[in-house]
Design a protein around this ligand. Sequence first.
Ligand code: MRU
Length: 384
Amino acid sequence: MADAIRLCYHQPDFAIIAREQYLDHAARNLTSMMRTVFWDYEDDTVKMIDQRLLPFVLEVAEFDDYREVARAITEMYVRGAPAIGASAAFGMALAAHQSRAGDRETLIKELEQAAETLNAARPTAVNLSWAVNRQLKTAHSEQSESVSDIRHALLDAAQKIADDDVQLNRRMGAHGAELVSDGATILHHCNTGALATVDWGTALGVIFSAHEQGKNIHVLVDETRPRLQGAQLTAWELQQRGIPFDVIADNAAGHFMRTGQVDIVLVGSDRTAANGDVANKIGTYKLAVVAKENGVPFYPVVPTSTIDLNLAEGDLIPIEERSPDEVLCVAGNRVAPDGASARNPAFDVTPHRYVTGIVTEAGIIYPPFVKNLRAAVEKEQGRT
Ligand code: MRU
């Protein structure tokens, strides 16, 4: 029988003792000093928590080549729209650092090549191209002819993207916490916490803020098949912070909403179109429809860097299709028969009619979204 159990992709080995040590180490680091992705100024490398190994192993991966950063995004060492954006920004800084170009023109050509590679890493999260384009703009607008000055400018700009992310997540958390009443049960999908951002989080950041305010809350954590970001990452983050939760099968969410056991649904977004249509982790659309049917408010929590005013509606958002193996296997073990095929869209689009409001760092945005989202984006662009 053992022969029939086949591993589909790398699954971490773990020993219980190691696991406890790691969790303890992780609790101290994640809540105090270690960001999901950061530049190590000691050795000029990009470092990121390898999220494929959590919750059992906390390991930090190190990158000294921007192509490897792109691969880490594709293979989901790092995931979550804002964390992908910050990783790509550091990837551009790394490309500049690696470069042996002797003049400005050559360096900029190399950066354009790096931008292409990084942009191709994953298609749905707009934060990726947002950060890469911002880095290209930084390079082009640097007045100095010195290659070294351009390198420094790119690193400073990446660091600012990362620092701003943490700060604006705190602002979103404070706005969103107003929606969470004492005693509330919150339904959450995927992972939108410190691990999906540079630190703190978007939808999970709202939950952390409500908890920090002393509200007594409970979270229903969608396990989030196929990659189980809810069961593996969100549950881990909630546990680190001592917030009460239950992991539920994705299929149970409708039951909990219909029986009046959910007060609010909070999710993230990988790209939100100008009209308020929200692309997020596969399964979000189903949640939003059931929430509306049952009168449960549905709020995506979305930094303005995730709002794509260039796209009029959600149907224009590119949806990533990932490997069928993610569906044919559960936690690394093959469950479908040999020869079975699978479809694996990683995201879906929730039309704005199901969206009660959108929490941003500029405040909570309500319909009409076309007008109000644009105003929020412009307000935030004016701050940077
Ligand atoms: O495929 P993932 O794990 O990168 O998907 C992440 C999500 O869908 C999140 O909800 C989204 O990035 C927004 S949260 C910061």
